[in-house]
Design a protein around this ligand. Sequence first.
Ligand code: TYD
Length: 212
Amino acid sequence: MAMILRNFIVFEGIDGAGTSTQIEMLMNSPHARKFFPTAEPTNGETGRFLRRMLGGEFRLDPRTAAYLFAADRCEHLWGTGGDDFNGGIERICAGGKIVVSDRYLFSSIAYQSVTCGGELAKMLQAPFPLPELLFFFKIAPEVSLSRIGGRGKREIYEEVEFLRKTEERYERAISEFEGTGMKIVTIDAAKTKEEVAAEIIGAISDAGMLER
Ligand code: TYD
């Protein structure tokens, strides 16, 4: 069974679900100094390469992209982490900060299951530890896309039919992680950002993570 990484929290959801906004809100809360915010794709070399692909600059075979998302995750956990950290997630968690990542291996299972099939998508995640706490932002693609609408240029995955399939994969994948010891909190992401922020800090507190 996969290892659980203490002090590690992950936010997941389809594009426009509001995970980035919630990390920002956490970093503007009175508890900010306890947290180390990060994201995947990372801002390291592999992550930047992936973002160029996501922006439509060039195409990759979907399997190549799946391997690269996993390689970026390896660097995020155990390598330099990204441009603004000096050592990966595992080192920061061990130092006592709570790392909060906007996306992690559940994104690969959901998105890459749609682009290149569930078997490869799941297999590539086998080496990675699970977070202590997972927030899944549940939302209808129509609602999430209407939020993204105002943001300008869309990335290649920001399309309603694709996101509907991705949302289904997320729900299925996350239910398969029940019983692993990872705490899973499903958020109704259609609520206001203040309501969602309150639920998140409440769940982090209930998990006993703020008192450490
Ligand atoms: P996103 O997290 O929405 O970042 P931004 O808000 O900066 O655009 O975009 C990342 C995209 O990458 C998103 O569509 C999901 C996709 N993705 C995968 O397909 N697999 C993965 O493993 C990860 C981490 C992201």
